[in-house]
Structure formats: C-alpha cells, structure tokens
Design a protein around this ligand. Structure first.
Ligand code: FE2
Length: 191
C-alpha cells in the first residue's frame, strides 16, 4: 500500500518538501526552520488527515505513524489526545517540530538542574496552526497535555529519526529520576 498516496496531496507535498530539505546535510537550525515552514503549511488546513489516524483511545494518547523516511532521516506522527490526556515528562534525543492541527495542547518545558528537573518558563499553549520546537539544543524535556477535558485534540509531529524506535527517557519531575522507554506506534505500519 502506498501510504503517501493514501494520505493525499497536501501530505504528499509535505513529504516532497522534507525530502528536498534533507537532500544535503545542513545545520540543525536550518533543518528545523525549513521543517517548521513546511509543517505550518500542512497544519494550516485541517482537511487531510484520514479518520483512522485521528482515533483517540479511551485511556492512552495515541501516536500513529503517518510516514517514515526510508533512511529514517525523519518520521511524521499524528498525536491524538483523548479528553484530559497527558504525557509523562519526557525527552526526545533528537530535533522535533510540532504543529497543532485540531483542538489545543499545553506544554511545559523542564531543564535539568543539579540532578533535578526545574520547570522552565511559562506553560505554552498551541492552537490550530501553531508550531513548537524541541531538541537537545533548544530544550528537549517537556510534559504535554490536551488543553481540553471534553474533546479530542490532534497535533502532527515531525522528528529527525524514526521516533517510534528511538530510545529515550521519561522523568519523575520531583526527583529527576530517568527511565528509558521506546514509544513504538499505535498502528502497525512501518517505514
Ligand atoms: Fe514530546
């Protein structure tokens, strides 16, 4: 099955843009900025995400793989929040660009400080069309919540690797203690 074709024109244009962006190696900042512009164009219209990648789970937020670059230079995920759902405090270990498609989410960054985690700055709220960045250089540890407790929210995430296979960490914010995890994907489709 050709998932790019299934996902249609707008998403196909995004993938073509990402492939062009990553054709030559470039500094992370340039990659992230280019990706942010492409993702902004993608999430500015909420008319392309197939229903099967927009399904919430009653208990757990869902991460559906929409596309993985054959060389694992990047992957694209739809992140589907049920009402009131939230992540643990976690990191990524790689650059990531988040674009809000539907509903809203709130995010709080944390910085490691003397073996503990300190909340950094104010809570950030993303509305449809908004873009946020994470990376080990920009700030990589955060906790994200559905801003709504009575409806589904969806954001589209792009990461600089096959994020479902990436070994990363969840943290206890009180102690800073880290535990390794691999997120996988809610769907079985693989790159
Ligand atoms: Fe995250």
């Amino acid at each position: 099955m050709n998932e790019k074709a299934v996902l249609g024109g707008r998403f196909r244009r995004f993938v073509i843009g990402m492939d062009a962006l990553l054709q030559d190696p470039k500094p992370e900042q340039e990659t992230v900025e280019g990706c942010a512009a492409l993702l902004k164009a993608l999430v500015d219209q909420d008319d392309w995400l197939p229903e099967k990648y927009a399904q919430p789970h009653p208990e757990f937020y869902q991460q559906y793989l929409l596309y993985c670059d054959p060389g694992a230079r990047y992957s694209v995920v739809s992140f589907v929040w049920g009402p009131g759902q939230k992540t643990p405090v976690h990191d990524h270990g790689v650059w990531g660009v988040i674009g809000m498609l539907r509903g809203a989410e709130t995010s709080r960054m944390y910085w490691p400080q003397a073996g503990r985690l300190e909340p950094a700055g104010r809570e950030e709220r993303l509305e449809p069309g908004d873009i946020a960045l994470v990376s080990p250089t920009l700030g990589d540890i955060h906790q994200v919540c559905n801003a709504y407790d009575d409806r589904v929210s969806i954001s589209i995430h792009v990461y600089g690797t096959d994020i479902g296979k990436q070994s990363r960490h969840v943290f206890d914010p009180a102690t800073g203690a880290a535990k390794s995890f691999v997120s996988g994907y809610a769907n079985e489709m693989a790159g």
